[in-house]
Design a protein around this ligand. Structure first.
Ligand code: ADP
Ligand code: MG
Length: 616
């Protein structure tokens, strides 16, 4: 509990003691003045801040809020001589508020646990000496030390040492990975067992961890439909209720003579019950909890509107390479026309050296250092096709059949179910390299759990050729697969799917070549995004590692969150409607009304906190 919360608790206790004393004195029938003094003392101890807040919003002309409702209701009760009820209104209200602020603090904390990935210091080696500085001060290419149990402060490459790295703060994945010289490591992970030296490759602002933190911090800004509904609702609802209360106080007594004060009393009760706080607080809290619970599992949702869309999806569209497959290709064959094999691979690697595409990286790795002796200029990547460059004096084009067509070179080979990389030099066909990718071990399970979750449509898109597309799709029980697509074709197909499907459409990709599709989908999910900045920007949901099973998990968390939010709306509105009727007919007193109001709020808040604890 914070200091402020403890103060409120103290006031609640003191005020309750005065209230009980006042009731006892009242019962004895004597000392009427003393009991009134006790009632008023209890009232001011518990209610002074509410009345002051109501007065200040009155001055700013935002007069219809819950402080205002509580103030007129309780002041009204006191004026009517209903001392006990007046104090009870404030007391219950404060108990509810205290409870709420504790609940909100609790969900904040679980998000803060995620925020814990923010590294706070780095041990840099400057002129052979170790210095501890904040991670923002470290530059690219600086060398840092990370010891056992320490958090890795910046993205980088291991220079020396071997260690086990715990990536669970970022990904929720609990199995540690071992790293050695040359391995890439990401900031936010924890080095568990020994000292390693790291060369920094990205400044702190550019590192994935600060991008993720930014993303989570901003995620509360985009509101879901139900949250927007509640805000709008409160705006119209409160004035309507106040007008209804005034009418209730003034009109019936013209016809029914229950005594003037009785109708005013009923109007006040009506006001207390109508307070919309249960909704205003519990619905955003549900989404807050849902986002927090997802992020603890390495699923970062950029706003509650996306959580809502996830819950309503009926179609999942996958990109193939890097999403369903590992995206780490191996070279399976080199088939030159007349060049030497090694030279063919080296020329190919020279042209591909700056591409981020997994195929390009494979070819470059296969060439070793061979390609470095070539002078390369005019390098350009043709998205979804390959790369073109001038290597020494040769015009080199490396890529798929579509690229060969683009540069006017005919190629006929189509080597079974492996992906083919063709090479053309100076407008002549020079041969091809075959590469193969493996399907992720858990991809089949993910597709099956999507089907179990009643996702009707599962589709695969790929820029690869038909044979590869069919092999992967049939291994994963995906009925619909589109092949040989350029990034622009993918957008077009996705648009067709969106317009023909009833529910929302998810697109899951790895962010390489597919940023436009990620943006276009109702929910764009970027996988394994810890390396790719473009993906973090373009996607609506970011999955920190590349575990594809997080997609069905995200859908389940989203559905649960939305169910809970809906339960709260229905429950709170139902109880309110019931008590409003009871109040209007004089069947419930003021204390009952407050109790109903605070009770509903507490139950709704407890219910929304269930979103924090999603169990698989
Ligand atoms: P996917 O849709 O499966 O993710 P991409 O759109 O990334 O595939 O690429 C489609 C195809 O384009 C690849 O299968 C490959 O044949 C070719 N390609 C794209 N970029 C390159 C590159 N840099 N080098 C070689 N081939 C490439
Ligand atoms: Mg791709």
């Amino acid at each position: 509990m914070t200091r402020k919360q403890r103060q409120v608790l103290l006031r609640i206790i003191v005020s309750a003691v005065f209230l009980i004393a006042a009731v006892l004195i009242d019962k004895s029938g004597k000392l009427e003045i003393l009991s009134s003094v006790f009632y008023l003392t209890a009232y001011f101890i518990i209610g002074y801040d509410i009345i002051m807040k109501a007065a200040s919003s009155l001055r700013h002309r935002r007069f219809i809020d819950e402080n205002f409702l509580m103030s007129i209701a309780s002041v009204g009760a006191v004026v009517l001589g209903e001392f006990f009820e007046g104090v009870a209104v404030m007391l219950f209200y404060q108990v509810g508020e205290l409870f709420q602020s504790c609940a909100v603090a609790k969900s904040r904390k679980s998000i803060a646990a995620l925020m814990n990935i923010r590294p706070d210091k780095a041990r840099v080696i400057i002129n052979g000496e170790e210095q501890t500085v904040s991670p923002e001060k470290v530059a690219v290419d600086d060398v840092i030390l990370v010891g056992p149990g320490e958090k890795i402060p910046l993205d980088g490459v291991v220079l020396s040492g071997e260690a086990c790295i715990d990536a669970s703060p970022l990904t929720g994945e609990s199995v540690p990975v071992s790293v050695k010289e040359g391995s890439e490591v990401a900031a936010g992970c924890i080095c568990t067992d020994s000292l390693i030296k790291i060369r920094v490759t990205k400044s702190f602002a550019q590192s994935s961890v600060s991008k993720i933190l930014e993303l989570v911090e901003n995620s509360m800004a985009s509101k879901s439909k139900s949250e927007r509904f509640i805000t709008k609702f409160a705006r119209y609802y409160t004035p309507i209720v106040v007008i209804a209360a005034i009418l209730l106080a003034a009109v019936p007594q013209l016809f029914i003579s229950a005594g003037r004060m009785e109708w005013v009393r009923r109007a006040l009760i009506f006001l207390v019950i109508s307070c919309p706080c249960a909704l205003v607080i519990s619905v955003p809290l549900s989404f807050f909890g849902g986002i927090g619970s997802a992020s603890r599992r390495g699923i970062l949702v950029k706003g509650s509107n996306y959580l809502e869309a996830l819950a309503k999806c009926d179609t999942v569209v996958f990109d193939k390479t890097g999403t369903l497959t590992k995206g780490s290709f191996t070279v399976t064959g080199v088939y030159p026309e007349k060049m030497d094999e090694r030279i063919l691979v080296a020329v190919c690697a020279a042209a591909e050296q700056h591409s981020n595409h997994p195929i390009a990286k494979t070819v470059v790795a296969a060439s070793g250092d061979d390609y470095k002796r070539f002078r390369v200029s005019n390098l350009r990547e043709v998205s979804g096709k390959g790369s073109i460059a001038v290597v020494e004096k040769w015009e080199v084009a490396v890529g798929n059949a579509a690229l060969m067509e683009e540069v006017g070179v005919s190629c006929t080979v189509s080597n079974g179910a492996d992906t083919v990389v063709h090479i053309a030099v100076n407008g002549e066909y020079e041969g091809y390299i075959t590469v193969a990718d493996t399907i992720k071990e858990n991809a089949e399970k993910a597709v099956l759990s999507l089907k179990e979750a009643e996702i009707e449509n599962i589709v695969m898109l790929t820029g690869d050729k038909q044979e590869v597309a069919e092999r992967v799709a049939s291994a994963l029980h995906i009925e619909k697969a589109y092949h040989e697509l350029l990034p622009a074709d993918k957008v077009e197909i996705l648009e067709g799917i969106i317009s023909s499907s009833e529910g929302k459409v998810i697109f899951a990709g790895d962010g390489i070549n597919d940023a436009p599709v990620l943006t276009r989908a109702d929910v764009g999910i970027a996988m394994g995004a810890l390396g790719s900045d473009a993906a973090i920007e373009a996607a609506d949901v970011v999955i920190a590692d590349d575990d594809i099973n997080k997609i069905p998990l995200a859908i389940k968390i989203a559905r649960k969150t939305c169910d809970i939010a809906t339960q709260n709306i229905v429950f709170a509105l139902g109880i309110k409607a019931l008590f409003l009727l009871l109040g209007a007919f004089g069947a419930t007193g003021m204390a009952g009304a407050v109790f109903a109001d605070v009770g509903v709020a507490i139950i709704a808040i407890l219910n929304s906190m269930r979103t924090l604890k999603y169990k698989n």
